[in-house]
Design a protein around this ligand. Structure first.
Ligand SMILES: *[C@@H]1O[C@H](CO)[C@@H](O)[C@H](O)[C@H]1NC(C)=O
Ligand SMILES: *[C@@H]1O[C@H](CO)[C@@H](O)[C@H](O)[C@H]1NC(C)=O
Length: 264
């Protein structure tokens, strides 16, 4: 439950980017409106031209800006949304540096990558999100904890799935059906949630493998409470190629060979 809540926070944090983008679009529309005030009366089409940025996606810390030739370009966010200083907005980067918000972290990364004068520290070109909340001294990940981890994680995933089903947020009927099966079968109870989570993580890009980057949504909310999650998941990449396959994932989380099936 606590985990599900934390995951929601990440989603909330991500949505502040969307707001920033929306605001930009609104400003541009206003500009167009002003341009049109003195337009020729014969020009009947009041319909404003489609904003080139409307369908243009920019990565974290970036926003779409219309260039001189009317082309959409991704620039570093000029200003992150003002926050009310909630400590839960703070994030800890992989260099153990606290940033005010997720937006501030990725804005700084963008500025430093592009060698902007606004970049605070050149090495920040490589920062990324480690976990949500202020940087702190994490509990040690003991061997005992690590050994229990697959079991605990599979059980946690089962609980998350149940919670999502209750809220009708599982999105696919297939998963709802598999979960119902799992609820009545102790073996499947362990298996299906593990496979479900792999599919959830393997989205950007959807290529049947989970990269370090794709692990961030699962590790960021959990690391402050479970310091073993990161070393554990890193260990899942058995052949060390920087990607976790469904086979590696299943094996790592304690599934048997025959139980590991691709479902996404
Ligand atoms: C990270 O920063 C926190 C807070 O400043 C500190 O307590 C902790 O020991 C640091 N951790 C590491 C691994 O340096
Ligand atoms: C991980 O997989 C993706 C897609 O298959 C590939 O583009 C990328 O190079 C892989 N990463 C590594 C480190 O092998």
């Amino acid at each position: 439950m606590r985990y599900a809540l934390a995951a929601c926070l990440l989603l909330l944090a991500a949505s502040s980017f969307v707001d920033a983008k929306k605001k930009k679009v609104a400003d541009d529309e206003l500009g167009e409106l002003l341009d049109n005030i003195d337009a020729d009366e014969e020009k009947k089409s009041v319909e404003p031209a489609k904003n080139p940025c409307e369908d243009h996606q920019c990565g974290w810390g970036k926003e779409c800006v219309v260039g001189k030739k009317g082309e959409p370009t991704c620039e570093c966010i000029s200003k992150c949304p003002e926050l009310d200083g909630d400590p839960m907005d703070k994030v800890c980067a992989n260099n153990n540096q606290t940033f005010t918000s997720l937006c501030d972290l990725y804005r700084e990364r963008c500025l430093c990558k592009r060698k902007s004068k606004e970049c605070v520290k050149a090495t920040n070109a490589k920062v990324h999100l480690e976990y949500l909340g202020e940087c702190k001294k994490l509990d040690e990940c003991t061997e005992e904890h690590m050994a229990q981890f697959p079991e605990r994680m599979a059980d946690w995933l089962f609980q998350v799935m149940k919670e999502l089903k209750k809220r009708r947020e599982l999105h696919k009927l297939e998963w709802e059906e598999l979960l119902s099966e799992a609820e009545n079968d102790d073996e499947k109870k362990h298996v299906y949630p593990v496979i479900w989570k792999f599919c959830e993580l393997d989205t950007k890009p959807h290529d049947k493998s989970v990269s370090h980057h794709e692990l961030i949504p699962i590790t960021a909310p959990v690391i402050p409470m479970e310091s073993c999650i990161k070393p554990f998941l890193e260990g899942c990449d058995a052949n060390n190629d920087g990607n976790i396959s469904i086979k590696e994932w299943g094996k790592c989380l304690g599934l048997k060979e025959g139980e590991i099936q691709e479902r996404c």
